[in-house]
Design a protein around this ligand. Structure first.
Ligand code: ATP
Ligand code: MG
Length: 580
């Protein structure tokens, strides 16, 4: 198995555990023999001294066996915990490195199951394997040797019982094995629904969709439970069937033993020992059954983890680095569609240049491809055709870290993380001083509302920023982008929740402070873009106009139409902004 290498660093524990187990098993195999000695020579031979001394020896062995067993569990536990820990770390960093199209494909719910439940399954398997995989075969073989050494006739019982028992195990496990991976898939589904609903709880409540979503959850949950019950039904059959065979075998042993003692070929103590050995042998077979069960369970889980580990990020880092403080962007005949989504391309033969320090804006109706376009610059996705150049070099050749460190990005959906406000702004530049944090917040027009909070910059933001308004979140993510001192800043509709007054103050502050930084601003409102050096108008993935506000008013019908529609509604728009 590919995951075995994760156990390698802990080979000492992984080796000591089966060794200790071996000790315990050998002692277990010795006990019935001693017992029979007590019965044969002690009780029947009336030798009190022998009974006491052998009894004491047995007690001592039990103690030693107990210690060995505990040590075996301890070592196995340590090895498997560390194995799981390393595996989880690796899988997590793998997930962090996957590109969006890959995480989209796995789905968040499934990735969470794989990183938690599936890894726990393999971890449990390791702990079990280190002990049972030694215990079962040794008890099995040792038991057979001991039983036959008492009397070869017991072999008959084994020859009859073992094949039947093996057959039952094989049939049932063969049926159960494929269901284990189905169980994990159903668990994925439950996790996905749970995740979506917990993080979207507000929307669910607002639309009174609790009943609908609860039903959806119940369906997923029922499916999981039903599959689990099916598996359990099969597995619970194993135990009683094997017990029947075991009891029949014990009866056979006593029967054969009875004849043998009568014929004076063996003694009563030997029959007792034989019963114990036969039980041990058949029990060890049952353990083998359990072993196979956990193997197929762990196999299903391991395959799912390996699938994650084996996914090579489809966006690979290049090696080119540049330390230029300025940024020039060029799109050369760029076309793009989302991987796996065929049909007409989202971006169609886009070409334009943004000079160092230039402020350009992208305007376009919703769904026209604005976000998709800017996502190509930090390589959140790779373009399908053409080239995106950063300072004259294809972004695909850049060292990813170098490339992304040059870009300050305020995403369309501002995502904040649990922590204080200043922590969140510092995300952009981890070693920023308090002064830099305040300064960035001032430019982003966030200082006022932050200082109005009791704890100011130390105000703790709840999960995902649920304690802030939409516009407040946007301004914090703008501050987070600014503090990076990037050479390119991208604002993806990141002032959409601000009223016009705040937005114009923001624009003014940006113009004063980010003079030499190349800036791409995406917006829906003409008021947000008219002061830009140049405006690109995007429609259905194509650039239909490119020029300054004044030029476009004269040359572009689309732009003039948008302008008219927005200025006509300007008064009502203002009213809406103030109220909103
Ligand atoms: N991850 C994705 N996978 C597949 N299709 C996508 C994905 N993201 C966006 N799209 C599609 O790409 C098109 C352009 O989306 P995009 O987000 O770029 O539009 P936009 O101009 O930013 O719109 P908005 O103003 O609403 O933000 C849409 O038709 C959308 O359905
Ligand atoms: Mg968008």
């Amino acid at each position: 198995m590919k995951l075995a290498k994760y156990l390698k660093p802990y080979w000492l524990c992984a080796l000591l555990s089966p060794l200790c187990m071996l000790g315990e098993v050998l002692i277990d195999l010795l006990q019935p023999k001693l017992m029979s000695k007590i019965v044969n020579d002690g009780v029947l031979g009336n030798n009190m001294h022998l009974i006491i001394s052998t009894g004491l020896l047995m007690l001592l062995l039990v103690a030693v066996g107990g210690v060995a067993g505990a040590a075996a569990s301890g070592f196995a536990g340590t090895a498997s915990q560390k194995f799981g820990n390393d595996l989880r770390k690796d899988a997590f960093s793998k997930v962090m490195n996957l590109s969006f199209q890959q995480t989209d494909k796995f789905t968040t719910g499934s990735l969470v199951t794989r990183l938690t439940n599936d890894i726990s399954m393999t971890q449990d398997f390791v702990a079990q394997a280190l002990r049972i995989f030694v215990r079962a075969p040794i008890t099995f073989i040792g038991g057979i040797i001991m039983a036959l050494s008492l009397n070869a006739k017991f072999g008959i019982v084994l020859i009859c019982a073992l094949p039947v028992q093996l057959l039952i195990l094989a049939i049932l496990l063969f049926k159960a094995a494929p269901m284990f991976s189905i169980v994990q898939k159903k668990l994925d589904k439950v996790n996905s629904v749970t995740q979506e609903n917990v993080s979207g709880a507000r929307t669910v409540k607002a639309f009174l969709r609790e009943d609908y979503e609860t039903k959806r959850f119940n369906v997923a949950n029922d499916e999981l439970v039903n599959t689990n019950i099916k598996v359990q039904k099969i597995l619970t059959l194993i135990m009683p069937l094997l017990m029947i065979i075991m009891n029949l075998s014990v009866i056979a042993v006593i029967y054969i033993g009875g004849y043998q003692t009568e014929a004076r070929e063996m003694q009563a103590g030997d029959v007792m020992a034989a019963v114990t050995y036969i039980t041990q042998i058949l029990m060890s077979l049952m353990m083998v059954g359990m072993m196979f069960q956990s193997i197929s369970r762990a196999k299903a889980s391991a395959a799912r983890i390996v699938e994650v580990l084996n996914t090579t990020p489809c966006i690979l880092s290049g090696s080119y680095r540049d330390d230029a403080a300025s940024a020039e962007i060029e799109f050369k005949n760029v076309s793009f569609f989302y991987p796996g989504h065929s049909g007409s391309p989202i971006l169609n033969n886009i070409s334009f240049t943004v000079k160092p320090g230039e402020k350009i804006a992208i305007l376009g109706s919703t769904g026209s491809g604005k976000s998709s376009l800017v996502n190509l610059i930090p390589r959140f996705y790779d373009c399908t055709d053409g080239e995106v150049l950063f300072n004259g070099v294809d972004v695909k050749q850049y060292d990813l870290e170098n490339l992304r460190s040059k870009i300050g990005f305020a995403l369309q959906k501002s995502e904040l993380f649990t922590g204080t406000i200043s922590d969140n702004i510092r995300w952009g530049l981890p070693n920023a001083t308090d002064e830099e944090v305040v300064n960035a917040a001032k430019i982003a027009q966030a200082d006022d509302f932050i200082t109005s909070f009791n704890d100011g910059y130390d105000t703790v933001i709840e999960e995902k920023g649920s304690s802030l308004s939409g516009g407040q979140k946007q301004r914090i993510s703008i501050a987070r982008a600014i503090i990076r001192h990037p050479s390119l800043i991208i604002f993806d509709d990141s002032a959409s929740a601000l009223d016009l007054g705040t937005e114009s103050r923001l624009q003014k502050a940006l113009a004063e402070n980010l003079g030499d930084i190349t800036t791409i601003t995406i917006a829906q409102r003409i008021a947000s873009v008219m002061n830009s050096d140049r405006i690109l108008v995007l429609e259905n993935g194509s650039i239909v106009a490119n020029g300054s506000h004044e030029e476009l008013l004269k040359t572009s019908k689309v732009y003039a139409d948008i302008y008219d529609s927005q200025t006509k509604n300007a008064n009502s728009q203002k009213g809406a902004d103030i109220n909103g």
